[in-house]
Design a protein around this ligand. Structure first.
Ligand code: NDP
Length: 313
């Protein structure tokens, strides 16, 4: 019998009950505990965690793995006392991926079809037909060509867009013009009319949307950040918008969250804000992924999507 600790402070009792139901359906003998009611800490085999308290995960001396219930592990890796001797498995889940791709398509299409311009015209009761290029003539740039970037790329190409991607290492992705590393960044940005950030937040990617990178985009480009707030240097994005070099930005993530009421992003006429909802962990699909991971470990195999502590994602 395995002992699983659900360690997601702030989750609603109904969410906890749903997770309990899915996991107990897989293994009726499982002892499913909910933080902070841990029972004897040495009995805990696995932690399912999200936004766990820093320092908490080191309290379980016989832990076999941590399953992080999100794709980005930046919050977790900030924990200086994080156990480094157990696999940390991040969430790669079809439901999470589908949600992000919907978000990317929604906001790319919104810019492609000039919706902010029409919204502005509507405010002025102004009827004017604006030109719009075909999708094949709209160049989309995805920063991050991992699980989320590649799925968004495939669906964008399905609509006919001209898609490029930028990654740390060189990748072959059919139909996508791939750029990599520092050397690939400027040419990637120079051909990007709609930039979508889907990078993990690491010391290398923090503040990557800044004066220098925004200036490398063509004038009138739009920016969509669905990754982490720490990727954006807020004041430099506002300056690029105010100068007219960047036409519009859609931001789902912020530093800090919730975005403080006095933050200038809220009132900027050319910023669209969503409250970190680009994609959400859906227990129905995510629990299947976690169960696969638990099965792998109980069979002595390595689970998929173990985080590299060295790379930081
Ligand atoms: P992956 O790990 O699958 O992909 C990350 C991609 O970023 C890879 O292509 C990687 O390059 C690239 N990358 C990493 N570091 C660099 C760098 N220094 N320079 C260039 N490229 C780099 O992650 P996912 O696609 O699963 O998720 C991406 C992020 O999306 C998550 O970390 C999370 O922060 C965010 N997210 C946001 C959500 C929201 O609701 N707003 C929901 C879910 C995720 P390489 O291919 O060479 O490894």
């Amino acid at each position: 019998m395995s002992v699983v600790l659900y360690n997601c402070p702030g989750d609603l009792p109904s969410e906890v009950a749903t997770w309990r139901g899915y996991l107990k359906a897989y293994d009726p003998a499982m002892d499913f505990r909910v933080w902070p009611e841990t029972g004897p800490v040495e009995e805990i085999d696995y932690c399912l965690a999200w936004m766990s308290k820093p320092g908490d995960l080191k309290r379980y001396p016989n832990l076999k793995a941590i399953f992080w219930l999100g794709a980005g592990v930046d919050h977790l890796l900030k924990d200086k006392e994080l156990p480094r001797n157990v696999p940390i498995v991040r969430l790669v889940d079809p439901g999470l991926t589908a949600g992000m791709t919907e978000y990317v398509l929604l906001h790319v299409l919104r810019y492609h079809r000039r919706t902010p311009d029409f919204e502005e015209q509507q405010r002025q009761s102004h009827w004017r037909q604006l030109e719009m290029p075909l999708a094949k003539d709209r160049r989309i740039g995805l920063m991050g060509l991992g699980v989320l970037g590649q799925d968004a790329a495939a669906k964008l190409m399905g609509l006919g867009f001209d898609v490029a991607g930028w990654s740390r290492t060189m990748r072959q992705v059919e139909g996508v013009s791939v750029f990599s590393g520092e050397a690939g960044m400027t040419p990637f940005l120079a051909r990007t009319q709609i930039l979508v950030c889907l990078l993990p937040l690491t010391p290398t990617t923090a503040g990557i949307i800044n004066t220098r990178t925004l200036a490398a985009l063509p004038k009138g480009a739009c920016v969509i950040n669905a990754a982490r707030g720490g990727h954006v240097v807020d004041a430099e994005l506002i300056a690029a918008l105010d100068s007219g070099h960047v036409a519009h930005a859609t931001l789902d993530v912020f530093q800090p969250e919730p975005l403080p009421v006095e933050h200038p992003f809220w009132r900027h006429p050319r910023i669209t804000i969503t409250p970190h909802v680009a994609s959400q962990t859906i227990s129905e699909t995510a629990s299947r992924v976690i169960i696969e991971g638990l099965k792998a470990l109980s069979d002595g195999r390595s689970p998929a999507n173990v985080v590299s502590l060295e790379k930081g994602y």
